[in-house]
Design a protein around this ligand. Structure first.
Ligand SMILES: [Zn+2]
Length: 243
């Protein structure tokens, strides 16, 4: 009797093991279909809106080139070119301004108050989109005319902004400035828009208007188009990796 029981016990154990194996195989075959792995079935509706912020505008010219050209117009031309490239690729694009204006509230007087209102309104546009990626376009300036090259700035208030900055910085090196050794820079709360943006956001300093050669290039339509293409490539690299 003892011997028979142990045989039965052995049989039961074998059956249980077999059943567990069958269930495991069935589950492993069906789980991928029943529960898509994250990243599968990405549709266009999951892609972020791209918000382009051309720095300055209107009474705020930004910095000035060695030959007297204000930064605001270069920022706007690159931004409009970038919008056209991204729109043609099917992205939804929003600009904080598409002409030479400050977007401060009507009735506000005094340059400082107007600049404050302008910044608040830009931030409101950026944060009104739930799924967005934002880029503010600027030109740099330094006392020494030797410095050149694009550099991306970000705030760690959004944990995806550093990667966005790297993608665009790398695109500059790959597509436009192979000798650019600049590194992306985290600037904490120094820049209002970057710090308070709820979506991944960077500021692209596309080049130095204090450098005569780079200033001349940044004012040429061909080079502005190349800068826009370079930024678009970096943005798409970032979006492809995350959305
Ligand atoms: Zn600027």
């Amino acid at each position: 009797m003892k011997k028979i029981l142990s045989k039965l016990e052995a049989l039961s154990v074998a059956m249980i093991i077999t059943l567990v194996l069958i269930v495991s195989v069935v589950l492993s075959q069906h789980l991928p279909d029943d529960k898509p792995v994250e990243g599968d079935l990405v549709t266009d509706s999951s892609l972020p809106t791209i918000i382009i912020d051309p720095g300055h505008g209107g009474m705020d010219g930004g910095c000035v080139s060695v030959d007297g050209a204000p930064e605001k117009n270069i920022n706007l031309t690159i931004a409009l070119e970038l919008r056209d490239i991204l729109t043609s690729l099917g992205y939804d694009v929003v600009l904080t301004r598409d002409s030479d204006v400050s977007i401060h509230d009507k009735g506000i007087t005094g340059t400082a108050n107007q600049k404050k209102s302008d910044m608040e309104n830009r931030l409101e546009i950026i944060n009104s989109y739930e799924n967005a990626v934002a880029i503010s376009i600027h030109q740099n300036q330094f006392t020494d005319g030797l410095y050149s090259g694009a550099q991306m700035f970000y705030s760690d208030s959004n944990d995806m902004s550093a990667q966005l900055a790297s993608c665009v910085q790398n695109s500059f090196v790959k597509n436009l400035q192979p000798d650019n050794k600049r590194e992306t820079k985290e600037i904490g709360n120094d820049l209002y828009l970057l710090y308070y943006s709820e979506c991944p956001m960077i500021m692209a300093e596309c080049g130095f208007l204090s450098n005569p050669d780079e200033s001349a290039k940044l004012q040429s339509v061909d080079y502005q188009k190349q800068v826009a293409f370079t930024i678009a490539t970096g943005l798409i690299d970032f979006i492809s990796a995350n959305y």
